[in-house]
Write a protein that binds this ligand. Structure first.
Ligand SMILES: Cc1cc2nc3c(=O)[nH]c(=O)nc-3n(C[C@H](O)[C@H](O)[C@H](O)COP(=O)(O)OP(=O)(O)OC[C@H]3O[C@@H](n4cnc5c(N)ncnc54)[C@H](O)[C@@H]3O)c2cc1C
Length: 383
């Protein structure tokens, strides 16, 4: 059988792409190497309400663990500021399954426990070699996550740099943390260019560290600083987060690369579900346009469309590279400007009086302006 589209990867990007194509009645096959979609979870399990609105999804209580007011950023001086964008602590495995199930209801086929091992294109058809035999499709969507092989096999990948992340899940009763309404993000030099997080989820907390180097020791240090006994952890999860991926293109002939496979995760926050859903949707819609018009040469339009969205705005990576080098003085300077307010309060007017107190920052005005611009994008597209 030759499918209209084969999607490698049943994460949010693959599930969303599958939904778009199957609802129009086309033959879609999704394969995933996992035995069960979404398991094991490699995620802090946070999404915003705007992510759902922006990608045409409706909240489902089945995967909501807790409603959250937004992000509270805590600095080493004790000062803090907010990114007030409401969202949810979710059950990520259930979320990924919910995304796939809708596509399955529309006739999509799913093969789990099926690992793609290589691809070849023969006479306009993609042949995917897997442990379950060879599978064939007219359109190929590479949604195979941050260590994507599809991007490599298509010869699109030039280089990739990623962050490492590790997280422990605790029962709420095993720790004593003074907050549960926000996602708490910690920035200080002690995270060595990365950051720590405490994500409340009702009866549990996800506590983790992400950064460019080795993060396990940093997580233990972080837990200690919060008086949390790491021996009480019940689940450990770890993974990689795209930081700076360079691809020569996001499409090749009738193939597209989406989500983490294309390095679309926000390099400042490490949040990537939003970009995965958005790119999955645009790739799926592009596939539908190609199939409806019987003109598969429209596939490269996907790249133009996704590049109009904020996810790949180069300003985000520039901002992340600056922040990675920030020391405690820099973070605490930002904390002094914002001092308990929302990050949108970072303006030339709020910053100028603090710069008079710390004149060394005049020489870094361009950097601060760029960070302010990136923070504006991140308010909606950070996670
Ligand atoms: C510790 C951690 C915490 C995070 N927390 C958050 C957060 O709170 N909020 C947020 O927005 N983002 C977060 N992220 C990022 C987010 O998880 C990713 O951006 C998101 O999962 C990307 O979705 P995706 O569909 O592109 O890829 P994935 O979710 O990685 O899905 C890829 C799928 O492809 C499958 N696959 C891979 N290779 C093959 C193959 N050869 N054959 C078949 N199947 C294959 C995998 O099994 C997987 O199911 C976090 C990441 C990490 C590591």
């Amino acid at each position: 059988m030759i499918y209209d589209a084969i999607i490698i990867g049943a994460g949010p990007a693959g599930g969303m792409a599958a939904r778009q194509i199957s609802k129009k009645g086309y033959e879609v096959l999704v394969i995933d190497k996992k035995k069960v979609v979404g398991v094991p979870v490699q995620c802090a399990e946070g999404i915003t309400h705007f992510t759902l609105d922006d990608t045409g999804l409706k909240v489902d209580e089945d995967w909501v663990k807790k409603r959250i007011k937004g992000i509270k950023v805590i600095l080493s001086s004790g000062k803090f500021f907010y990114a007030k964008e409401s969202g949810y602590s979710i059950n990520r495995a259930k979320f990924d399954q919910w995304m796939m199930n809708k596509a399955l209801d529309d006739g999509c086929k799913l093969l789990t426990n099926t690992r793609a091992r290589g691809i070849i294109k023969k006479r306009d058809i993609w042949n995917i070699k897997t442990n379950a035999g060879e599978l064939k499709g007219r359109i190929l969507i590479g949604a195979d996550g941050p260590a994507s092989n599809v991007a490599k096999w298509l010869d699109l990948l030039k280089s990739r740099e990623y962050l490492k992340a590790v997280q422990y899940k605790f029962d709420a009763e095993d720790i004593d943390y003074p907050g549960e309404d926000w996602f708490y993000i910690y920035y200080s030099k002690s995270f060595q260019g990365g950051y720590g997080w405490v994500f409340p989820r009702g009866n549990e907390y996800n506590i983790g560290v992400g950064g460019p180097g080795s993060v396990k020791g940093l997580l233990h240090q972080f837990c200690k600083s919060l008086n949390i006994d790491v021996s009480k952890r019940k689940i450990i999860n770890a993974g990689i987060i795209p930081f700076d991926y360079k691809l020569s293109a996001l499409t090749k002939e009738t193939a597209m690369i989406v989500g983490d496979a294309a390095g679309m995760t926000n390099p400042v926050s490490g949040g990537g579900i939003h970009a995965a859903l958005a790119s999955g949707r645009i790739s799926g819609e592009t596939a539908v346009k190609a199939l409806e018009t019987e003109n598969l040469s429209v596939i490269p339009e996907y790249e133009k469309l996704i590049k109009k969205e904020p996810y790949l705005d180069p300003i985000l990576l520039k901002c992340a590279k600056y922040l990675m080098k920030w020391d405690d003085d820099d973070w605490n300077f930002l904390g002094e400007i914002l001092d308990g307010r929302d990050q949108s309060a970072l303006t030339i007017f709020s910053g100028f009086p603090k710069m008079l107190k710390h004149p060394k920052y005049f020489a870094r005005s361009r950097e601060l302006l760029l960070i302010r611009k990136a923070m504006r994008i991140n308010q909606k597209y950070g996670w």
